[in-house]
Design a protein around this ligand. Structure first.
Ligand SMILES: *Cc1c(COP(=O)(O)O)cnc(C)c1O
Length: 230
């Protein structure tokens, strides 16, 4: 077995153990393999080991990888990085998901630019639960209004919320922002938005995220190894 296949198996075991520890159903947490900066060969190794959802952060790099794998109809491509308006068209045309909707303008562009020949683009609203000015994502207080607006746009399907909390030292501190995102998610569902995706948890904190209700964890380093700087 390749290193990547071994790593994938180890990550799947961590997810299963965290599901059990949280009393959640086996298989209730999906795995997004974050392949940014990694070569196509690594993606194909993960694919051969049964992984089919991949996440990319940089538009040009991501589109190249999408175009290199079009023969494989089962791969699902998620765009998870910050998105500039002038690059939205490429994302609307080539990706299946976008996790990083942080303002209405970008959602409106993706909506207008999504080809009618394709299924609606699945999207998550990114929320800044750490309150750091440097991090992307909308303010928690703005999230509900943004979600309602996005839910009404053609060509998009609002699936849920995403967050990238600041690294935290201990498990309790890791869980706090995840809990905040889940409470927002519960509140929006109670208001009638049909959300099913809580995208939170990375290599170092997936257990905390699953304990707080993550339905999709985004894992890079633990599968593909350390990244070179982009
Ligand atoms: C890079 C990245 C990840 C994966 O992070 P790891 O710590 O390598 O698991 C997840 N989500 C986003 C948005 C990222 O940019």
């Amino acid at each position: 077995m390749s290193v990547i296949a071994d790593n994938l198996q180890a990550v799947r075991s961590r997810i299963s153990a965290a599901e059990r520890a949280a009393g959640r159903a086996p298989g209730s947490v999906g795995l997004l393999a974050v392949s940014k900066t990694k070569p196509l060969a690594d993606i194909l190794a993960a694919r051969a080991a049964g992984q089919f959802a991949f996440g990319e952060n940089y538009v040009q790099e991501g589109v190249e990888k999408v175009l290199s794998t079009t023969v494989d109809r089962e791969i699902i491509w998620h765009f998870i990085g910050p998105l500039q308006s002038n690059k939205s068209r490429l994302v609307a045309e080539h990706f299946d998901w976008v996790h990083s909707i942080d303002r209405l303008k970008i959602a409106e562009r993706l909506s207008a630019q999504r080809p009618v020949t394709r299924a609606p683009l699945d999207v998550c609203v990114q929320v800044n639960v750490s309150g750091e000015a440097s991090k992307s994502g909308c303010a928690p207080a703005e999230a509900a209004a943004l979600c309602r607006a996005v839910a009404g746009l053609p060509g998009l399907c609002l699936r849920g919320l995403m967050a990238i909390p600041e690294p935290a030292a201990d498990a309790a501190a890791q869980r706090r922002p995840f809990r905040q995102l889940r409470e927002l998610f519960d509140q929006l569902r109670a208001e009638g938005l049909a959300l099913d995706t809580l995208s939170m948890g990375m290599s170092h904190d997936l257990e905390a995220a699953i304990a707080e209700g993550a339905t999709l964890v985004r894992i890079g380093t633990a599968i593909f190894g350390e990244r070179n700087t982009p």
